[in-house]
Each structure stands twice: as structure tokens, then as C-alpha cells.
Design a protein around this ligand. Structure first.
Ligand code: PLP
Length: 457
């Protein structure tokens, strides 16, 4: 009988994370301190992050043990199931075999707790009492609130003001887990006050919320900052997804031809694909393709330059080399809040730059059309973010049909859309603007960046 759902036992939750750093085609460019123009030393980050996370950030060990306490909590929802999308295949009448890894089964509803749990654990061990972070759509904030509740830590979340009012139930969810949720920009931090002086009605952005959360952490003794994407240690923790997926594909004697995932900062797609990209880079699976999918309204990988920039608007975070639209770039309010980030993970950026990964961009109406088709045929309501990957998969499956090719397509269904009904509503009411490629805005913010740091490319 053909399998709908491929599952693993709890004992098969990976015991180590996979660190891609030693396998990269070339070393990752260092973080640069804009004042000294010198590379940032790991110790310089200690005011912000837990020491163990900094060690992982720069580690050259390929395998990093997952603490037993972290695996214990992973057991609540891991291993996550791999599904064969028979319903979608039938609707598309495609010879392609489509699979998706379902990360929406975690308590907050996405892949984000894979790293939130690890970060909360290391911070607790090092004596931190409170964690701060930013959140856009609310998925990451919910994950950290949940993780802090599991380890009895305090949690302060700076939520982009526009989302705070648009998504009241994400906010309430965080509060149920005992987190303090602050609409950002706020008067709580120096960074927030400066922005409000200039623009009292500012709706906020991820870059601004990051500035506030960092500012709060560095001005309080017992407090550290956490990030939900972009940095190396977050991508590392997410590799539990791809490591499980390898075992699941082995179980059914399949191997993907093309892997798809949405990319905001890049953590879910990195975690999903890096264990496979290792095999590609080692020459064992040369033909494997990995396609990162992003919104045309925030086209970092497809239209941004690969250059140094800050990860946040207030320029508190050092300069990192990545694909960027400029730290001043504020994207239009598309519903995939998690994909509205001006930059991308440095590792993922390097892999795209070197041609190991590819990138594609779509408009939100075509994405929701694919999401609705997926829901009708597979039952699950996806979050707006992974719906971008679904659109790319649908296109590829139709291409397989045209060419009569039996390719294996795999994508990361990294979250459910239960708190995103307003987005589906807008789609049905034909009220979703498409917000196409913002060429002029990108040119301006990159020009500003070049003027600010003429010495850096
Ligand atoms: C469900 C979901 N998917 C994807 C993303 C994008 O982040 P990343 O690219 O780090 O996975 C987010 C971010 O908030 C998210 O909530």
C-alpha cells in the first residue's frame, strides 16, 4: 500500500545538529564592526547572546550534540511527519511525486520552536533570567514565549506595531505563555523613542523591533537577546528538520530532485535542505536543486545586491555580508509577515551567490491561489509564508506534466495559517494588492547604504 504519511519513532529525533560551516564552498565573510572597520570578535557579542550560542555561531565542528533536556521537549511534537501530497498531485494531474514535511504540529504552530527551545535552554544554563526578541507576524514571538514558559524564564517580545493590532490573537497567545508583548516602536527603549520622535505614527518594521529588543537586552544585566532566524546558530538548530527528512526518505527509498522552501531570514529552508546540500556539495547528489522562494514585494535574493549591511534599522547589529535591500527598506504590508525582512542569512546568501541554491519570487495573489488549492486537496491550511513554496511546487509539478517527467518534489510546510484568516479573507474578497517589485525604493535604500559605507562592498 502506498504511504500517505511517513513517521519516525521518538528515539529517532536527531541527537546532533548538522553544522554546514565546515562544508561551505568558501569561508563565510566575517562580521564587521562599522566603527573600527575590523572583524567582530566572538567575545564582542557576549552582551547580546549566550556564550554557548556564540560558540556555535563560529564552530567548525560538523556535528553539535543536542542536549538531552532539549530533545526531551522536542518529543512534544518531533519527529514531525512527512506527507505524500496525493491529493495535490491528482488535482494537478502531474507525474511528479510531491512530499511535504509538516512543521505546523509544534505547540506554537511552526518550525520556530526548534531553535527557541535550544536558545532558552542555553540561556537558562548560563544564568539569564529574561529573554528579549522581536516578532513580525507573531510566529517567532509565540515560539520564544512557549520556550520561556517551558524553562520558566521571563520573556519580552517587541512586536511590529502594525501586526500587534492586525493579529491580536498571536499577541494573546504569547501572553497565555506569560510573555510581555510590547507594540514597537515603543517608548521603552532609546531606539524606539528616537524613531517615535521622528515619526509618532510609525507602524514599525522587523528592523526597528530588532533594534528595540537588542537595546533592551544590552541595558539589563540579567537579560539576553534571541533571534528567530538569519544567524548561523539558528540555522544549525533547524537542521533537525532535514536530518529527520533524510531518514524518512530512506524509509521509502526516495530522494528529492528539487527541494523548495520559503525564505524570510532563511532558517526553515536552511534546516530543511542543508543535510541534503551537504551531499550535493560532496558530489554525491550533484543534480539536486534547492529553490528558495520569496515575495516579489521583498525580493532580497532575486533583486538585492550581495554586500555588507546591518541586520537592523538602528544599526546596532554589526555589518554582515548577505543579500540585502538596505536596512532602511520597509516592504509593503504583504500578509506573509515572516518574509518581510530586508536581509537574509549570511550562509544561505553565500550558497545562493555560489550557485548551490537558486531563488524565485512570486506575487501574493498567485501564492494564495496555490495555498487554497493545497488546502482543498490536502486539508491543511498553510501559513502565508510556506504558501510561497507551494506556488513554486505547483509550477514545477505542472512543468513535469508538460514534459512527462516523474520528478520528486519536496517542500517544507513550516507553519499553519490558523491565525491568518484575515489574509485568506482578503484573498477571497479580491482585496489583496499584488505589490510588485519595488525597483525605485530598493535603488534608493542601496544608494543610502553605499553613501554610508563607501569603503565596504
Ligand atoms: C511560518 C513561517 N515560515 C517562515 C518564516 C520565515 O522565516 P525563515 O526564513 O527564517 O524560516 C516565518 C517567519 O516568521 C514563519 O513564521
Amino acid at each position: 500500500m502506498s504511504r500517505k504519511k511517513i513517521q519516525l519513532d521518538e528515539e529517532e529525533i536527531p541527537k546532533e545538529w548538522y553544522n554546514i560551516l565546515p562544508d561551505l564552498p568558501e569561508p563565510l565573510p566575517p562580521l564587521i564592526n562599522p566603527q573600527t572597520k575590523e572583524p567582530v570578535r566572538p567575545e564582542d557579542l557576549e552582551a547580546v547572546f549566550a556564550k554557548e550560542l556564540i560558540r556555535q555561531e563560529v564552530s567548525s565542528e560538523r556535528w553539535i550534540p543536542i542536549p538531552e533536556e532539549v530533545r526531551e521537549i522536542y518529543r512534544m511534537w518531533r519527529p514531525t511527519p512527512l506527507y505524500r501530497a496525493y491529493g495535490l498531485e491528482k488535482a494537478l494531474n502531474t507525474p511528479a511525486r510531491i512530499y511535504y514535511k509538516w512543521e505546523g504540529v509544534s505547540p506554537p504552530g511552526s518550525h520556530k520552536p526548534n531553535t527557541a527551545i535550544a536558545q532558552a535552554y542555553y540561556n537558562l544554563k548560563e544564568g539569564t533570567r529574561r529573554l528579549t526578541t522581536e516578532t513580525g507576524a507573531g510566529q517567532w514571538g509565540s515560539a520564544l514565549a512557549f520556550a520561556c514558559a517551558m524553562f520558566d524564564l521571563k520573556c519580552t517580545v517587541y512586536m511590529v506595531k502594525a501586526s500587534y493590532y492586525q493579529k491580536p490573537y498571536r499577541k494573546t497567545m504569547m501572553q497565555v505563555w506569560n510573555a510581555e508583548v510590547i507594540p514597537s516602536p515603543s517608548t521603552r527603549t532609546e531606539a524606539g523613542r528616537k524613531i517615535l520622535e521622528r515619526d509618532p505614527k510609525c507602524p514599525g518594521s522587523l528592523g526597528i523591533s530588532i533594534s528595540e529588543a537588542v537595546n533592551d537586552a544590552v541595558t539589563h544585566e540579567d537579560t539576553k537577546y534571541t533571534l528567530g532566524s538569519v544567524v548561523n546558530h539558528v540555522l544549525l538548530h533547524q537542521t533537525v528538520i532535514g536530518l529527520e527528512l533524510q531518514k524518512q526518505f530512506q524509509q521509502i527509498d526516495e530522494y528529492p530532485d528539487i527541494m523548495f522552501g520559503c525564505v524570510g531570514g532563511g532558517s526553515s529552508f536552511s534546516g530543511f535542505s542543508y543535510p541534503f546540500l551537504r551531499e550535493k556539495m560532496h558530489g554525491e547528489k550533484k543534480e539536486l536543486r534547492a529553490v528558495a522562494v520569496e515575495p516579489a514585494a521583498c525580493p532580497t535574493l532575486t533583486k538585492g545586491p550581495y554586500r555588507y549591511d546591518h541586520g537592523d534599522s538602528a544599526r546596532l547589529i554589526p555589518l554582515v555580508k548577505m543579500y540585502t535591500l538596505g536596512h532602511d527598506f520597509v516592504p509593503e504590508p504583504i500578509h506573509a509577515g515572516g518574509l518581510r525582512y530586508h536581509g537574509d542569512a549570511p550562509i544561505l546568501s553565500l550558497l545562493v551567490h555560489k550557485g548551490v541554491m537558486e531563488a524565485k519570487a512570486y506575487l501574493q495573489n498567485e501564492v494564495f491561489q496555490a495555498a487554497v488549492l493545497f488546502t482543498k486537496t490536502e486539508g491543511i491550511i498553510p501559513a502565508p509564508e510556506p504558501s510561497y513554496a507551494i506556488k513554486a511546487v505547483v509550477d514545477e509539478a505542472l512543468e513535469c506534466k508538460r514534459k512527462g517527467e516523474e520528478k520528486v518534489l519536496a517542500f517544507n510546510l513550516c507553519g499553519h495559517g490558523h491565525f491568518d484568516m484575515s489574509a485568506y479573507d482578503a484573498y477571497f474578497e479580491r482585496k489583496l494588492p499584488d505589490y510588485s517589485y519595488p525597483e525605485e525604493k530598493i535603488k534608493q535604500s542601496i544608494k543610502k547604504l553605499e553613501e554610508l559605507y563607501p569603503w565596504l562592498k
